[in-house]
Design a binder for this molecule. Structure first.
Ligand code: ZN
Length: 245
C-alpha cells in the first residue's frame, strides 16, 4: 500500500513539475541572465531603465570622438550605437535591440555585470572599497563599469586584442602615491591606463577615439610613453604627439 501511495505521489509530482516547466519557460523568454534580463525589444522612441541598461552596454560604440547619453531615452545616437555594436559582432545591424542583440550582450557579460574581459578588481588596484576618491564609492564603481564596457568595445575593434588595465580607480592616497595629477579622472573611477599584448600604443589610442572616451593621452604626452590613458570626461581631448596627432 505504502509503495502504491508513493508511486501515486510521484506521478502527481511529475505532472506538477511538467506543468511548471511549461508555464515557467514560455518560448518568448529565451534567457534569464545573472546580471540583468531585458523583457522587451527596444527601439527608437522608447524610454525606461531597460534603455539605460542597454546604453551602458553599447556606450563603447558611439562613433568617432563621440559619446552617447546614458539617459534612458532611445534616440538616434543610441540606435546608431546599437547598430555599430550589432555590426561589430556580426548581427543584423538594424539599430533595434531584440533577442539576438540581448543574447550577444548576455554572452559578453559576467553575473556581476562586468564585460567578460574586464573585472572590478582590474579597474581598482587601489583598495577594495572604492572609497576615498573624488566621488562616492558607489559612483566610482558605477563609473568603472561604464568604462569597462567601452574597453570591451575597444578590445573588439582592435581585433580581440587583449587590453591590460594597469591603473583604474584611485583614492586620493593612491593617486598621490603614483604622482597622479591633482584633478586626475582616476579619482572618479572612470579612467583606465592601458597597455596591450600586441597592439601598439599608437594603434590603441587612435582606435580609442571611436569608443566613447572623452580624454585620451598617449606616446609623446608627458608621462605617457609606456601606456595609454583613457577616461570618461565630457567633451573630447586627446594628446599623443608621437602618434602623429
Ligand atoms: Zn591615467
Amino acid at each position: 500500500m505504502a509503495r502504491r501511495r508513493l508511486m501515486g505521489i510521484l506521478a502527481g509530482l511529475t505532472m506538477v513539475l511538467a506543468t511548471a516547466v511549461v508555464v515557467g519557460v514560455p518560448a518568448t523568454t529565451a534567457h534569464a541572465d545573472g546580471c540583468y534580463t531585458w523583457n522587451r525589444t527596444l527601439q527608437q522612441g522608447m524610454s525606461g531603465s531597460d534603455v539605460t541598461q542597454l546604453q551602458i552596454r553599447v556606450a563603447g560604440w558611439p562613433g568617432f570622438q563621440n559619446q552617447i547619453a546614458l539617459d534612458g531615452a532611445y534616440g538616434p545616437q543610441t540606435a546608431a550605437a546599437v547598430q555599430r555594436f550589432q555590426a561589430a559582432y556580426g548581427l543584423a545591424a538594424d539599430g533595434v535591440a531584440g533577442p539576438a542583440t540581448f543574447a550577444k550582450i548576455y554572452e559578453l557579460q559576467d553575473n556581476d555585470c562586468t564585460p567578460i574581459h574586464f573585472s572590478y578588481a582590474e579597474l581598482n588596484q587601489c583598495n577594495s572599497t572604492w572609497a576615498g576618491g573624488r566621488v562616492s564609492a558607489a559612483t566610482a564603481r558605477a563609473n568603472a563599469l561604464r568604462t569597462m564596457w567601452k574597453l570591451e568595445a575597444l578590445r573588439r575593434a582592435l581585433g580581440d586584442n587583449p587590453l591590460i588595465v594597469t591603473s583604474g580607480f584611485r583614492s586620493e592616497a593612491c593617486n598621490s602615491a603614483v604622482g597622479g595629477a591633482s584633478n586626475s579622472r582616476h579619482l572618479y573611477g572612470d579612467a583606465a591606463d592601458l597597455v596591450s599584448g600586441s597592439a601598439s600604443l599608437c594603434r590603441i589610442v587612435q582606435q580609442a577615439r571611436s569608443h566613447g572616451f572623452g580624454g585620451l593621452f598617449g606616446p609623446g604626452y608627458p608621462g605617457h610613453n609606456d601606456h595609454i590613458h583613457a577616461d570618461g570626461r565630457s567633451g573630447f581631448v586627446w594628446d599623443a604627439p608621437t602618434c602623429g596627432v
